[in-house]
Design a protein around this ligand. Structure first.
Ligand SMILES: Nc1ncnc2c1ncn2[C@@H]1O[C@H](COP(=O)(O)OP(=O)(O)O)[C@@H](O)[C@H]1O
Ligand SMILES: [Mg+2]
Length: 261
């Protein structure tokens, strides 16, 4: 797909852990204001890829750009302004059990003393975020009192509690472990965030319903490379059988061959 002026770009990114090559010359141009979905089997490197975008992992070879600026060689300190624009919703919600929901949501603003808004503003932004995810009355609860779906929503609220709001949100398996109706809530939230903040989204998932509902573009990562790149509606007819089987949830012949009969 030809994308002019991408907000994020990966150029020939390679990443191995020991002898295991996880990303094999990955190129990716992410379109501004859209939602790009990356699907793929568990353990293919989806989370590893996302971590390269915020500098949590560095490529062995290749380059990562944000707004046209190369970021893979930056120090932690130099990355700070980039991380103020990109929000990461981690695979595990990573809420602090010792804090209330409100404190968790306010955390990204209170963490950094240089740019900390005043208390009234923090409260206002926290309330706004909780309202967007439908948890206004949960401010004083603890994460341990919440269901899985509610925790995900708190994690989403935290991801948008930045002043100014994030330009990019990276979602790592946002519906993992949720039942279909709870997943649909997250699904609709992701779309409303895109509408409300014109945010650029990158969603990593193996939830095909989510991929099709929120994605403007879906790529499939397989053995270190992208083997599909298309609008969601065209995925089911992809020319590659591995892609079609993944989308339909059908095991490949090679996997079935390993079963004892
Ligand atoms: N920090 C790390 N050290 C060593 N191996 C890692 C590390 N992070 C991920 N891996 C390995 O890289 C592969 C891809 O992991 P990951 O990106 O988490 O997969 P997924 O597509 O399920 O998100 C896995 O085999 C995983 O064990
Ligand atoms: Mg993962």
């Amino acid at each position: 797909m030809n994308i002019e002026n991408p907000i994020i770009e990966l150029r020939r990114v390679n990443k191995s852990f020991g002898a295991q090559r996880v990303l094999d010359d990955i190129d990716l141009r992410v379109e501004r204001g859209r939602t790009t979905v990356i699907i793929g089997r568990s353990g293919t490197g989806k989370s590893v890829l996302l971590k390269h975008i915020v500098g949590l992992l560095k490529p062995d070879r290749g380059e990562v750009y944000y707004e046209g600026r190369r970021i893979d060689a930056l120090t932690e300190r130099q990355l700070t302004p980039v991380r103020r624009q990109i929000s990461f919703v981690f695979q595990l919600n990573a809420l602090f059990d010792s804090m209330t929901v409100g404190e968790n949501v306010a955390f990204p603003m209170t963490e950094n003393s240089e740019s900390r808004p005043d208390r009234a503003r923090i409260r206002e932004l926290t309330q706004r975020s909780l309202k967007i995810v439908g948890l206004s009355s949960f401010e004083n609860k603890r994460p341990s009192e919440l269901s899985g779906g509610e925790k995900k929503r708190v994690a989403l609220a935290r991801a948008i509690t930045m002043d100014p709001p994030p330009k990019v949100i990276l979602y790592d398996e946002p519906t993992a472990g949720l039942d279909p109706q709870r997943s649909d809530v997250i699904n609709k939230l992701i779309r409303s965030l895109q509408d409300e903040f014109h945010v650029t989204g990158i969603v990593v998932t193996h939830d095909m319903k989510l991929a099709i509902d929120v994605g403007d573009r879906v790529l499939m990562l397989h053995q270190g490379r992208f083997i599909a790149d298309s609008p969601p509606a065209e995925l089911a007819q992809d020319r590659n059988e591995i892609v079609r089987n993944f989308v339909a949830g059908i095991a490949d012949e090679s996997e079935l061959a390993t079963l004892v009969r």
